[in-house]
Design a protein around this ligand. Structure first.
Ligand code: FEO
Ligand code: CA
Ligand code: CA
Length: 742
């Protein structure tokens, strides 16, 4: 997500709503009084000399080049052989010595024939034929010489890229407009049209020639989906009364995919994209609750972050009388009983995992409603085994939201892996199944609770009356509240370790954890055990400002798992008993883990950050990890003293301590960015990484004065016209031709 941490004037946070007011406890175990134990983990401190090298506008630093290593390629078994990249506040991408990072595809770059080069001065148009903004999750789809799917291709492929959002202030995506745009209502149609077009996804062809990667601007395979593209509703909610709109009076379609964050790739070769903070784009009238007769749709809207009177993030509903603008007004304004004459139900068309055939732009994308509706991040498949159901793991990124698992009804048939009609395979596995939510127990076990009307906690829920399975698919958060799911510290991406099938989740941070919670705040619990204060200059960051990662191991039944905390984000100098519990060194310390991808080629777990807490010391980064397994560490006790002097001890299973062989910083990005999304070629010799919203701390008032931009990347790396910062995909290769991260 983007978050304007340096723009306090933006009072409303459209990216991180906070609507879980359910009474279910964050954690239901009794916390026994235990002796406080200062659990110290011993970490080795590895430092390397720093060499700064020029190259393609990025800086390489770390260990000096080793001629012996170059003559004798690094054994494949040796991972993390690179020199750690130091923390950096420079306006550049820093990678280890021996690596090269190059800009590949930036905001505004053309992806269709006849589209002019990007001027980057606010006068460009045709954004539905250009790279969108805020590049996020990303997947690789190999192409053979015939331009068709080839899973073993390493030199030619498609990248499917999420374009999550845009850098904005006071309504306007100011880098996209010549003078910064209009920051009052109504918004001009021309500005709104640009802003809707830079959302969605892009599919672009990429190829390497003589070791140099580029994208193919005029490839016939390239395409965009935007916030206005027609998309099918699939699964249990298809045709449901809650999806009836003026645009789709039978509730089978909607327009657009929005705020696309994490991704997934199916075993049959399609792209999955998660719709995250979509609620903020809609407005509701000041008296809409009464207009709806205070029916259950009001309960639903509130639970998904839209109280009556809510303003929209960009004011797109004011672009004109055309239906494409009016659809952003989620108020009941029509006279029909079913909503077929207005957009009172429009928000119910957002919040899903969307399946897209990256190889075939003629196939309409489908929203897979069986996987639930929330602030979706990535969708990772568990171990794929013939004759068994498929599992898909997902997180809901808002404070105090939940972790989910979908299990298909259909059993996996290997013949489906290469079926010609990929979307039909998606129908088979993703439209029917069971959806579960996670409850974490204090003893390191957990339960997947099925969200179904057969559960009396759901059928008898007094807060919201569920009508049918579709109602659960659309109002998933309410169903999860009903069964008492565990409130987590903002579940971001998840990824499955290909070595053992264990599932890793980043929990990016949570400002609502407190030892002495006020209303709307929660006590720490075993799976979310930290509540502390970190200073950012003179500003106190409270709760769990640095985030952590949990990992799960499936149990003997579909409803059981075990878990531990894999790693805690922290500053290396922080207290090792309560904050830097993983004993991170200066080469490893990080804050706010977000993107998470396991390399199938090397097994490396790539951890990316989207931080606002440690950014006084370092820009956001990417680390390489070689994790062990659930249970490889020991239980730790975090001993807190409450305001009244009483003790609060939280006991939590923590993974084996990281060493310099198992965790190392690989990349630091330019100013104001987050690092997100990673795709690799199947040989592991090229990785693609997204630099999202460099310069997002720029004040709109400074548009036109490049000297006042927080960042001028990638222009300062020699890429493209103009000096306005641009989100971009970069490609990283190893100069000796080896696998990335070795
Ligand atoms: Fe788009 Fe939760 O990150
Ligand atoms: Ca994210
Ligand atoms: Ca700090």
């Amino acid at each position: 997500m983007n978050h304007r941490v340096d723009a306090p004037e933006q009072a409303i946070d459209f990216n991180n709503e906070n609507s879980n007011t359910s009474a279910n406890p964050t954690f239901d175990a009794v916390l026994g009084a235990r002796l406080s134990r200062r659990g110290l983990l011993r970490g080795s401190v590895g430092t390397v000399g720093t060499a700064v090298l020029g190259g393609f506008g990025v800086t390489a630093c770390g260990g000096s080049d080793d001629p012996i290593a170059e003559a004798n390629p690094v054994p494949e078994a040796k991972l993390l052989g690179f020199g750690a990249v130091p923390k950096s506040l420079a306006d550049t991408v820093v990678v280890p010595a021996g690596y090269t990072a190059s800009v590949l595809f930036a905001l505004g770059d053309p992806l269709a024939a006849g589209v002019a080069a990007y001027k980057n001065d606010g006068t460009d148009g045709d954004f539905n034929k250009r790279a969108g903004d805020h590049h996020d999750g990303m997947e690789w789809f190999g192409l053979g010489a015939d331009g068709k799917r080839n899973d073993s291709a390493t030199e030619r492929g498609l990248l499917a890229i999420n374009h999550e959002a845009t850098t904005d202030e006071k309504l306007s995506s100011f880098f996209l407009h010549a003078n910064g745009g209009t920051s009052t209502l109504p918004r001009p149609a021309a500005e709104v049209d640009k802003e809707t077009d830079i959302h969605g996804i892009a599919v672009i062809e990429v190829a390497t020639t003589a070791g140099k990667w580029g994208y193919v601007p005029t490839s016939a395979l390239n395409f965009r989906l935007t916030a206005l593209s027609a998309i099918e509703i699939a699964g249990p909610a298809r045709g449901h009364a809650q999806l009836v709109t003026k645009y789709s009076t039978d509730g089978t379609r909607t327009r657009g995919t929005l705020n696309n964050c994490g991704t997934g790739k199916t075993p049959w070769g399609t792209f999955l994209t998660g719709e995250e903070n979509w609620f903020g784009y809609f407005t509701r009238g000041a008296t809409d609750d009464a207009a709806r007769g205070n029916d259950k749709s009001v309960t639903s809207l509130k639970r998904y972050g839209r109280n009556q009177g809510a303003a929209s993030r960009h004011g797109w509903e004011t672009g004109g009388i055309d239906d494409k603008y009016q659809r952003w007004n989620n108020s009941k304004i029509g006279v029909s009983a079913n909503g077929s004459d207005d957009y009172r139900n429009e928000m119910n068309g957002m919040g899903y995992i969307v399946e897209i055939d990256a190889y075939d732009k003629t196939r309409m994308a489908k929203k897979r409603t069986a996987l639930g509706r929330f602030a979706h991040e990535s969708a990772a498949f568990g171990k794929v085994e013939a004759g068994k159901p498929l599992s898909v793991y997902m997180g809901d990124d808002s404070r105090g939201e939940y972790i989910y698992k979908f299990v298909s009804t259909a059993l996996w048939s290997t013949a489906d892996a290469n079926a010609a009609d990929r979307m039909a395979v998606g129908d088979k596995y993703l439209d029917s199944g069971k959806l579960y939510v996670a409850k974490f127990n204090a003893d390191g076990t957990g339960t997947w609770v099925e969200l179904a009307l057969t559960n009396t906690a759901i059928s008898g829920y007094t807060t919201y009356s569920f009508a049918d399975a579709a109602d659960i698919a659309i109002n998933t958060r309410l169903a999860a509240d009903a069964v008492g799911a565990t409130k987590m510290d903002r579940p971001e991406w998840n990824a499955v370790n290909p070595a053992n099938g264990e599932i890793y989740f980043t929990l990016t941070n949570n400002s609502n954890r407190r030892i002495d919670p006020a209303s709307g705040q929660y006590l720490p619990d075993a799976a979310n055990p930290r509540a502390y204060t970190d200073m950012k200059g003179t500003s106190a960051q409270n709760g769990n400002p640095n985030g952590h990662l949990v990992r799960l191991k499936e149990g003997s039944s579909v409803s059981s798992f075990s878990w531990d905390v894999y790693l805690f984000g922290a500053e290396s100098g922080a207290d090792k008993a309560l904050v830097n519990i993983s004993a991170l060194t200066a080469d490893q310390d990080f804050s706010s883990p977000d993107g998470l991808v396991f390399s199938k080629a090397t097994g490396i777990c790539w951890i990316q950050t989207d931080d606002g807490a440690y950014t006084d010391v370092t820009n956001c980064m990417m680390l390489a990890a070689v994790p062990g397994q659930v249970g490889d560490g020991a239980k730790k006790t975090l001993s807190y003293t409450k305001a009244d002097g009483s003790k609060l001890d939280i006991i939590t299973p923590v993974g084996k301590a990281a060493t310099e062989s198992t965790l190392k910083r690989f990349l630091v990005g330019p100013k104001g960015c987050e690092i997100t999304g990673l795709a690799e070629t199947p040989d592991g010799k090229a990785i693609f990484v997204n630099i999202q919203h460099p310069g997002e701390g720029t004040a709109m008032a400074n548009i036109g004065d490049a000297t006042k931009y927080q960042s001028q990347w990638p222009a300062n790396a020699g890429y493209g016209a103009g000096k306005r910062p641009r989100s971009a995909t970069i490609v990283i290769t190893k100069n000796d031709g080896g696998k990335i991260g070795t």
